[in-house]
Design a protein around this ligand. Structure first.
Ligand code: ZN
Length: 183
């Protein structure tokens, strides 16, 4: 069966890059992510933004992390460096996984996607939980190793290692992904 890819851009939001939970490691992946999305759109690979959109005072996750990406605030918007194009899709999530109680699975099925390429923040957390549900819903999972990151190098490396060992997910450079998209 021919493979059909989609890029999942997890939580590249103001609060995660420059705001409440921002860090240098998040800012370091902006450029490679721009390059990857540009190449994806050129090759008609769907780009799906998977964005935290929390309800203040409601979402349990906020007790643990403090307020971030509150629905309707600027912190919950995708960073200006990654403008959403007309052809892109946006999924709003209230938990770590972009599949949990969202219509991501339905969208991927309608698009005929076989393989999700996971990018964004953080490798060992929202990316990892999204990878778990992708795997459990029978999608092949790939991590874009230049376009995902975590608070620390250890968390990043742990996330990639866990994904490989648990979901059989390889991690590829942008160059390797460009080659896959253009096949
Ligand atoms: Zn969150």
């Amino acid at each position: 069966m021919n493979k059909k890819y989609a890029i999942l851009v997890v939580d590249m939001l103001n609060d995660f890059v420059t705001g409440a939970l921002g860090c240098d490691n998040a800012r370091a992946i902006v450029k490679p992510t721009q390059e990857l999305l540009e190449e994806a759109r050129k090759n008609n690979v769907p780009v799906i933004f998977c964005n935290d959109s929390h309800l203040k005072g409601i979402d349990k996750e906020l007790d643990f992390w403090g307020d971030h990406a509150i629905r309707g605030t600027k912190g919950a918007d995708v960073i200006p460096e990654l403008p959403i194009s007309e052809k892109d899709y946006v999924i709003l999530k209230r938990r770590y996984s972009a599949f949990f109680q969202t219509d991501l699975d339905l969208l991927l099925k309608e698009l005929g996607v076989t393989t999700v390429v996971i990018t964004g923040l953080h490798t060992h957390m929202c990316c990892r939980h999204t990878a778990a549900d992708a795997f459990q819903n029978n999608y092949e999972v790939i991590f874009a190793n230049e376009a995902t990151n975590a608070f620390t190098k250890e968390d990043y490396e742990y996330g990639l290692k866990y994904a490989k060992e648990t979901y059989g997910a390889p991690n590829y450079t942008n160059k390797e992904l460009f080659d896959l998209f253009s096949k």
